[in-house]
Design a protein around this ligand. Structure first.
Ligand code: SF4
Ligand code: SF4
Length: 417
């Protein structure tokens, strides 16, 4: 074996790292719905229960301000990442790119990629290719639904054909869109349709990470066109920065390979901006301001999540039967209560009532004691408050107590004469 020269031994390619990042992201998206904390999903929107399971926390619909803060922080974080790293997400992490790579890999294995007019002989292969697209489409569509229906429940309902009609519509519509994407659109999605690409043109500035071929290096270019041939977006990086570039680094690898054989370093590199400032280009007002706002939102989110109580109690007078006079001259008022155990462990609660002003205990009839609840679950309780007929108005406090008698939540209501 011939001895390698210094540049040949230093040949470092980015493609293995890019593939690892793509697969890690795809696996993360596929596996996240299967992970559970205390019997609840790591991340799932439960529409019937109007709840979001979020990394061990259960957020009820009335706490959606937390979801809004989280969404805002994520959006700003995404914008900041785009401002700093350009379309690195597209080239290194986006599942659309991974799916397209997979589709192209399979087509190449079948000898179909880039070839037209396979005729009758290619029919079997085309059938296999489109079956592969369909399988991928249904996997992606199912994966999306796992963020709404627990995966085990999903498969049980699928096997029994017991989905709600809206679930069938979602499953089939998303699968059809993904299939059409794989069969007809693929890379065009990144250059023509994806709104993120348009955003990027607005966000990119002189400090954004980009693939760059400095004009000083152009003299070394041997015009082999390897960088153009490998480019999935069919652009020529030698023409300078182009919005279609997804920062995948394939051209960089191709050039390194070619120049390595000539014992020279590659011509193309990742740089922050194109003015040769390096990482110092990141020190600008726009980047610093957006970083500070994003960090502030993350801090607010953590503070708000930390401060939220472990249980909640919502009370309202029953619409079915609001109140009734009793034989002994007292008044029975019917209430509905919603109890939510927001903690990560099962809990048992009691509901008590007292006069708001004096704190005198009031009598409750119905199931208001020993309410056993799993972590993150909601429970509706119907009960009756028995009081003397108030002269004008009686303000009542309903208290949710844990097993140790600790007040977990208080809800207020009033009854009138
Ligand atoms: S120019 Fe290079 S980094 Fe940009 S999309 Fe083409 S191969 Fe990828
Ligand atoms: S791969 Fe490198 S040497 Fe070949 S055309 Fe592209 S920039 Fe020039």
């Amino acid at each position: 074996m011939s001895e390698k020269t210094s540049h040949q031994t230093q040949l470092r390619l980015l493609s293995p790292w890019r593939r690892r990042c793509q697969w890690a992201t795809t696996l993360l998206l596929l596996l996240t719905p299967w992970v559970q904390i205390a019997g609840n999903s790591l991340l799932r929107v439960d529409i019937p229960e109007l709840s979001i399971y979020f990394f061990g926390q259960t957020l009820r619909i009335e706490e959606l301000y937390l979801v809004l803060i989280f969404s805002l922080a994520m959006t700003l974080g995404f914008l900041l990442t785009t401002m700093l790293l350009g379309r690195v997400w597209c080239g290194w992490f986006c599942p659309q790119t991974t799916l397209t790579d997979l589709a192209e890999w399979f087509a190449t294995r079948l000898g179909l990629h880039g070839k037209k007019g396979q005729g009758e002989k290619g029919f079997g292969k085309k059938l296999a290719l489109h079956s592969f697209y369909l399988a991928l489409a249904f996997l992606v569509s199912s994966n999306l639904l796992w963020y709404f229906i627990k995966p085990f429940d999903f498969f049980a309902k699928l096997a029994a054909l017991e989905f709600h009609y809206a679930t069938w519509i979602c499953l089939l519509t998303v699968a059809m869109i993904i299939y059409l994407d794989l069969a007809l659109i693929r890379r065009l999605m990144c250059s023509e349709f994806c709104p993120y690409g348009r955003f990027q043109t607005v966000l990119a500035d002189k400090s954004t990470l980009a693939l760059h071929l400095p004009s000083a290096e152009l003299a070394r270019c041997i015009k082999c066109n390897s960088c153009v041939r490998v480019c999935p977006m069919q652009i020529d990086i030698r023409d300078g920065y182009q919005v279609e570039c997804i920062n995948c680094g394939r051209c960089l690898d191709a050039c390194r390979r070619v120049m390595n054989k000539r014992n020279q370093p590659g011509l193309i590199s990742y740089t922050f901006g194109t003015e040769g400032k390096g990482a110092k280009a990141l020190l600008n007002l726009r980047t610093l301001l957006l970083s500070m706002v994003t960090l502030a939102l993350v801090a607010i989110l953590f503070f708000a999540a930390h401060q939220r109580p472990e249980a909640s109690l919502k009370i309202s007078v029953s619409h079915m039967a609001s109140s009734r006079a009793l034989k002994d001259g007292k008044r029975a008022t019917f209430f509905n209560a919603w109890v939510n155990n927001r903690s990560n462990s099962p809990a048992t609660y009691d509901i008590k009532a007292r006069q708001a002003e004096s704190g005198t205990a009031l009598s409750l009839k119905g199931r208001t004691s020993q309410l056993k609840m799993q972590a993150g679950k909601n429970l509706r309780v119907d009960f009756v408050l028995v009081t003397a007929v108030p002269k004008t108005r009686l303000d009542v406090e309903f208290i949710l107590l844990d097993q140790n008698g600790k007040e977990m939540a208080v809800s207020q209501a009033f009854i009138e004469e």
